[in-house]
Design a protein around this ligand. Sequence first.
Ligand code: CP
Ligand code: NVA
Length: 308
Amino acid sequence: MIRHFISLSDGGAEGLAAILADAGERKQARAGLPKGRADHDAPLDGRVLAMVFEKSSTRTRVSFDVAMRQLGGSAIVLDAGTMQLGRGETIADTARVLSRMADAIMLRTDDHAKIEELQRHATVPVINGLTDLSHPCQIMAELLTIVERGKPLAGLEMAWLGDGNNVAYSLIEAAGLLGFNIRLGVAEGFDCDAAVVDEARARGAQIAVFRDANVAVKGAHVVVTDTWVSMGQSDGDVRIGAMAPYQVNAQLMALADPSAMFLHCLPAHRGEEVTDAVIDGPQSAVWDEAENRIHAQKSVLRWVFGQI
Ligand code: CP
Ligand code: NVA
């Protein structure tokens, strides 16, 4: 059976824990090496990853490319606009062709149904590099950043501020799978999908919803936010107006646990969802989180190839 990584549930609790452990070990083992040098065991020697982007990217694009180099393989970056996909070739046919030419496919797209369609027709693993619904690879990097700073996930209290978006979706999914709790401080009208919240609760996570940002962050061990206007959204002015009370600034961070860390998937919109004082401050771990995209995804790649 082909292993895909479309959602965190594909990994399951055991798979995600194994990916995180592997990522931490491999990161330590190659400390100090030039970024493009392969790990000593080059576990994906000769493998090719095809990456298809229907949306902009800096981190996902570079981190998957570097990840493949460090694993001993290589990556091809394809912008949908310059592919035949952009001229009407079907996703199904694209999946069939890329499956003959590459060993795995990563897709960043808008409608989640598109990655499901790709998965149905691919005969190699498909990895989700972000859809309008979810961003599982980002959450693996986020969790790696938390555990490497010595915070165990079980029982952790995380606060999510602002928009109930794709990144929040995957974070909630992770909470259900790995046993941590989330305090959602989300603007009215921009709530997280109720079915996702219910599923995480059914798995045992406490997911609390607050309209007051001050209450949402109270005592949190980790404070997380993301842009108020995601790629492809056209109602930016409405969103920025509604989410203004959820800005993560120094006053808000002061209400979290004194040891709290600040995380953000990036790109940040400084002065909107987060202030300079917080993102550049001592509690911020956003640059570690960005680097950890490489380390977490290396282990996601090893997992889809059945090496973990
Ligand atoms: N966080 C993230 O996915 O960044 P990019 O959009 O730059 O890939
Ligand atoms: N929620 C953001 C995440 C970017 C990495 C977006 O979808 O644009």
